[in-house]
Design a protein around this ligand. Sequence first.
Ligand code: ADP
Ligand code: ZN
Length: 596
Amino acid sequence: MIADQAPPDLVAARGRLRELFGYDDFRGHQADVVARVLAGRSTLAVMPTGAGKSLTYQLPATMMAGTCVVVSPLIALMHDQLRSARANGIRAATLTSQDSDWRETQDAFRRAELDLLYVAPERASQPAFRDFLSAAPLCLFAVDEAHCVSEWGHDFRPDYRQLRPLMDAFAGVPRLALTATADARTREDVRAQLGIPADGMVLAGFDRPNIRYTLHHRDNPVRQISDLMRAAPGAGIVYVPTRRKAEELAVKLEQATGRVVRPYHAGLEPETRAANQSAFVSSEDMVVVATVAFGMGIDKPDVRFVAHAGVPKSIESYYQETGRAGRDGDPAQAVMLWGAGDFAQARQRLSEVPEDRRGGERARLDALAALVETPGCRRAVLLRHFGEDPPQKCGNCDNCLEAPGVIDATETARKLLSAVFRTGQSFGMGHLQKVLTGAEDDRVRQRGHDRLSVFGIVDGEEARLLQPLARVLQARGALIANEHGGLALGGDARAILKGEAPVVIAVPPKQGKGRRRSDSAPNPVGDPLFDALRELRRELAIEAQVPPYVVFHDATLREMAATRPSSLTELGRIAGVGTRKLEAYGDRFLTVIRQH
Ligand code: ADP
Ligand code: ZN
């Protein structure tokens, strides 16, 4: 066993892991980080969402003498963490403007009775806070969302710059910086800004293997998302580009599915917004239709799907937004519904972008276009974008699961572009299709388009390619739509016309494909014991005023239903059942198991 060779601290840590969290072993790079922290070595941990970053300081904090100061940028996040930590029996507190128990917290800290003390960066940087911290021993500074310290990161927060002087004032206390999103340049900067040695980086991959990526042309978003909601019965987020769409789609999805669906956007009354968000966090199956204003500061682990009803801003934001699905490690879905119009609009907006930023913005769009167009593995495209070298196939994306046929459509593309050119670059696809297929049509005749060389040069089978081809050409910018849908040539259209640039497209899926039932909900359907366990979890969550996942994750309930433990000892062996939760809830769960 590895445990025999591990340093003693890590052996003790495994025991603690079982006792506090009910997990048998560390996941991924957690053990590396915990070992470094226990050895007092400062560390920058870059681990994807859902990897279990919080455990890497929560656990050592309970094993080392002194309090761990956790710097976290959002009050909502801190309170989430606080609830989960306390539910596991960890002595934690927050000092925020929303807390009324400041005195108790300060007293507990001074008496060295706190494992974790959460504060916001703006408080941490105040001199008074430094004096306060001197009153009791510290074991660790944990800096969450550490990319906020870097101007290269996507979320720079000046207050993070004040953390260095604070930590320098406690020279002997090790530092642990954590982030899920940092490219190479940001990582180096974070390390330098926070004073973490060059050998102090633990870098896990970006991959989120439990998320299944599906990208599909948007033909009927209400039907497509209702289908997804049926296949993924848990909580979900649907991202839309505008407030109006958030309102409209929420109503339509609620009507179509009978599920609770709420909008979320910056235009709602603050109370409504807060109410919708907290209802979502506490729910097992609510769906929120939101603008990108939603998501920061929510680390609900049991989000089963994230859908995009339009093309996101960039691959970075796509990855961050879809990353909110499946933090608990259970299967989850990321579905993007894209339209050629999304790309057309985005490319039109390029002209409003200042000259010096235009190239970068165009590259962003090209990267997104490559993702939606690829007939290959979606995950591979995503991971390569983040500088990794992934396998060719992941086995858990739409294209890996059902490989689309691939066709060299260069000739058809040349015919289409040529028709666009010869008709004067102002007609939409409907008209162009009629011209290309040689349709008997008054408008075509009136314009004299039946006399063009491109009239009737596309036959039946090939005609099926025209629509998907037009989408692909718009996504890559070779066709540009005006506000009336009229198409003009752009991008590499000329190179395609000259036969210098090939156009390879995925064969359009047959109707009905993609409706396959998904396995994004591994929860047993119609198992009375599992349902009863969930019911009990709901009751306990309401009693304790916490979201159900704080009581137990679905995976823990599934294991209970499958193994039917009959004693506290057996129950305590299930993953996710630590000592504290066993004591608090064990008897009630055993009773339910006995009754079924
Ligand atoms: P992150 O902050 O990296 O996004 P979290 O700290 O929120 O991730 O953890 C994600 C989920 O993984 C949590 O629900 C946590 O309980 C679970 N988890 C963490 N470590 C382990 C482990 N070693 N074994 C099983 N589950 C774990
Ligand atoms: Zn794949």
